[in-house]
Design a protein around this ligand. Structure first.
Ligand code: NAD
Ligand code: MG
Length: 416
């Protein structure tokens, strides 16, 4: 029986992980949960899984959660009442919860950084969904992993595909993951991208893209931020940096290919030119289950892949002019140091402004570029954790300043 903690339990990754715990009750036991502020769903999860500890990011609402648990009819009380914690300290305490074997990181954004580090420092293995943490703080996270011996198992479907392809090769070894050292014999990574909500839109039409347009993904059902990132292809840009840190390849050997069917989840090319791919329906439960069951595999009754039903698998190169976020991410990755943290924070803030209809979809790359340009002269090559936290806060503020300039100069850039 593996004991798991789920950070971000009320989100898309979190709820799918908890479904797996329900599907495999003899294999996985949920010992700790954290959530942002969705109390209704969190309450249901506490009743269903009876965790030992629960933390709410919104510490102000812990008392309300305690009251609601106490007010439950005794017949509906959970088997045991969890320890209730709040705020960032509470999230970190739950991330390091002693009885957990594996921590699933389903918090969205750089907000996951400190809880992830708390889990690493406690020596926990991690199922990494919260890619922003690695992108913002790769130079901090990698040495911490080496020191604690925690293993970072990729839950992102593309990185899981690469990890799965590398199993069975002589270098299939999590000790090589996230060391910054190139995986021997791995020559090239091809990350597949669905193309997101706008894959069939001509570039010229993007000027009229609305929040509703950008948040409807053709293949995957995910949280709002990552769905917008998919539409801009920033998600793939972030994944290029994630792949760099996980598998140690330089940026010239990590490529993006648009694959609208999302059946091939990524490919690796090995030294002898052989290309390996992992295939499956687009469903995050599979990469999540692989993290939970690794190095084994569990039998599932899930719908089996039928390529005759899919019919065609197609591929094309992404158009750089349509997806400027891609080049911004490669440039930030190549610059290294604090630049990926700046780019990531600028993207998070720009996407938040877009979702609030404060800026246009096409303003997202404009804002990121301005903020990265401002940072170039101040780049720190080997940042500390404090450097990363400070630069993350600076970049968010810089986006607000740049957005104010954009709207002052071009009011037409704002949605009607
Ligand atoms: P989501 O928005 O559905 O869920 C986010 C979770 O984090 C929620 O539980 C929310 O309450 C919590 N949260 C939000 N802000 C927080 C804060 N400041 N502090 C603490 N908790 C907070 O997001 P998601 O789609 O599940 O994505 C989670 C992470 O997984 C992201 O990093 C995303 O890039 C990655 N990921 C998601 C998918 C997917 O299919 N959803 C696939 C690959 C990677
Ligand atoms: Mg992905």
């Amino acid at each position: 029986m593996k004991a798991i903690s789920v950070l971000g339990s009320t989100g898309s990754i979190g709820t799918q992980t908890l479904q797996l715990a329900c599907e495999f009750p003899d294999r996985f036991k949920v010992v700790a949960l954290t959530a942002g502020n969705n109390l209704d769903l969190l309450l249901e999860q506490i009743l269903r899984h009876a965790p030992e500890a629960v933390a709410l990011a919104d510490g102000e609402r812990v008392a309300e959660l305690r009251q609601r648990l106490a007010a439950l009819d005794p017949a509906h009380q959970p088997a045991r009442l969890p320890e209730l914690l709040g705020g960032l300290d509470g999230l970190c305490a739950v991330a390091a919860w002693p009885s957990a074997d594996l921590v699933v990181t389903g918090i969205v954004g750089c907000a996951g950084l400190l809880p992830t580090l708390a889990a690493i420092r406690a020596g926990k293995d991690l199922a990494l969904a919260n890619k922003e943490t690695l992108i913002a703080a790769g130079p901090v996270v990698l040495p911490e992993l080496a020191q604690s011996g925690s293993r970072l198992l990729p839950a992102d479907s593309e990185h899981s595909a690469i990890f799965q392809c590398l199993q069975g090769t002589p270098w299939a070894d999590t000790a090589r993951l996230s060391t910054g050292v190139p995986t021997p014999g791995l020559r090239r990574i091809q990350l597949t991208a669905s193309g997101g909500a706008f894959r069939d839109w001509p570039a010229a039409e993007l000027a009229r893209a609305t929040v509703a347009d950008a948040t409807s993904h053709p293949n995957w059902s995910m949280g709002r931020k990552i769905t917008v990132d998919s539409a801009s292809l920033m998600n793939k840009g972030l994944e290029v940096i994630e792949a760099h840190y996980l598998f140690g390849l330089d940026y010239d050997h990590i490529e993006i290919v648009i694959h609208p069917q999302s059946i091939i989840h990524s490919m690796v090319e090995l030294a002898d030119s052989s290309v390996l791919a992992q295939l499956g329906w687009p469903d995050m439960k599979l990469p999540l289950l692989y993290c939970l069951s690794w190095p084994g595999r569990l039998e599932t009754p899930w719908r089996r892949l039928d390529l005759t039903q899919v019919g065609q698998l197609s591929f094309r190169a992404p158009e750089p002019a349509k997806y400027p976020c891609m080049a911004l991410a490669y440039a930030a990755g190549r610059a290294g140091g604090t630049m990926p943290a700046v780019m990531n924070a600028a993207n998070e803030q720009a996407v938040a402004l877009f979702l609030e209809e404060q800026v246009h979809f096409l303003d997202i790359p404009r804002l990121i570029e301005r903020v990265c340009d401002r940072h170039r002269a101040d780049l720190t090559a080997r940042p500390s954790l404090d450097d990363v936290l400070a630069i993350d806060a600076w970049a968010r503020q810089a986006v607000h300043e740049a957005a104010a300039q954009l709207s002052a100069r071009t009011p037409a850039a704002l949605p009607a």
